[in-house]
Write a protein that binds this ligand. Structure first.
Ligand code: CAA
Length: 257
């Protein structure tokens, strides 16, 4: 497996995975997904890493699954391909993940961005699920996550027609947190990651778990779940520090305990 299909970088408590298959517009080959998933799991287990940024290049975040590898795949192979297993592993990461998107985020690339907790997008970003043009449908969460954010009607149009959405439309639709200039998308994603990294890490993980549960549970069960997670946060040393710092009018020193 080639390590350089995803470049690993560190900026203090922020870890950055740079997708790096420029000749294939960062298509998500099995090698790339294995390396990306391995890095995310390694960082998720590393107490020093407090936020993960997944980024592509200026012109493309990722052009989706590797169509060249898929074309000759039989139905039986599609049923057993290991690539299906990478998505739930990425989804189970407890550390916040930010997608830094510039250029195309198509098919699996759009699904990878949607799997992240926040998206910072350059004004050049284009999101879309073009699978229908290939005779297939999204297979890594696109139909489900778009429908949850956009509502059924708007998701249906994107999935059935393959139309792309620009950054402004994606922002207005609630998919993108911030739209940046064409030159500072990564810098702004790192700034946002830096803010997350300064927050108390246990509470951040609990908050991520609580917000994710909103999509998956009924309201009363979700409220109950949130209350238990809140009680866990009350058991941390960091919350004593946070509250003491507020009362003492000083900056908190969170230790992740
Ligand atoms: N898989 C494999 N190779 C890809 C690729 C992909 N998804 N996207 C681009 N490439 C390759 C091209 O085949 C080409 O290779 P060659 O030089 O060997 O010919 C190279 O990257 C450059 O591509 P283009 O010439 O097309 O580059 P462009 O800048 O003109 O266009 C693009 C960029 C709009 C992203 C265009 O390449 C494109 O439409 N790509 C396919 C997008 C797509 O259909 N994605 C969905 C994939 S299926 C999926 O993702 C399923 C799922 O749910 C997981």
């Amino acid at each position: 497996m080639a390590d350089d299909v995803v470049l690993a970088e560190r900026d203090g408590a922020v870890a950055v995975a740079r997708l790096n298959r420029p000749d294939a517009r960062n298509a998500l080959s099995a090698d790339l997904m294995e390396r990306l998933t391995g890095l995310v799991e390694e960082w998720d287990a590393d107490g020093e890493v407090r936020c993960i940024v997944i980024a592509g290049g200026d012109e493309y975040f990722a052009a989706g699954a590797d169509i060249k590898a898929m074309r000759d795949r039989s139905f039986q192979e599609a049923m057993t391909t290991p690539t299906a297993g990478y998505w739930p592993r990425l989804w189970s990461c407890n550390t916040p993940m930010i997608a830094a998107v510039s250029g195309y985020a198509l098919g699996g690339g759009c699904e990878l961005a949607l799997l992240c907790d926040m998206i910072v997008a350059s004004e050049t970003a284009e999101f879309g699920q073009p699978e229908i043009r290939l005779g297939i449908i999204p297979g890594a969460g696109g139909t489900q996550r778009l429908a949850r954010v956009l509502g059924k009607q708007r998701a249906m149009e994107l999935v059935i027609t393959g139309r792309r959405m620009g950054a402004a439309e994606a922002h207005a639709a609630g998919i993108v947190n911030r739209v940046t200039g064409a030159d500072d998308w990564l810098e702004q994603a790192l700034d946002l990651a830096g803010v997350v990294a300064r927050r108390p890490p246990i509470a951040v993980r609990l908050a991520k778990q609580a917000v994710k549960a909103a999509d998956e549970t009924a309201l009363s069960a979700g409220l109950d779940h949130e209350r238990r997670l809140y009680e866990l946060a009350m058991a941390t040393e960091d919350r004593i520090e946070g509250m003491s710092a507020f009362i003492d009018k000083r900056q908190p020193d969170f230790r992740g305990r």
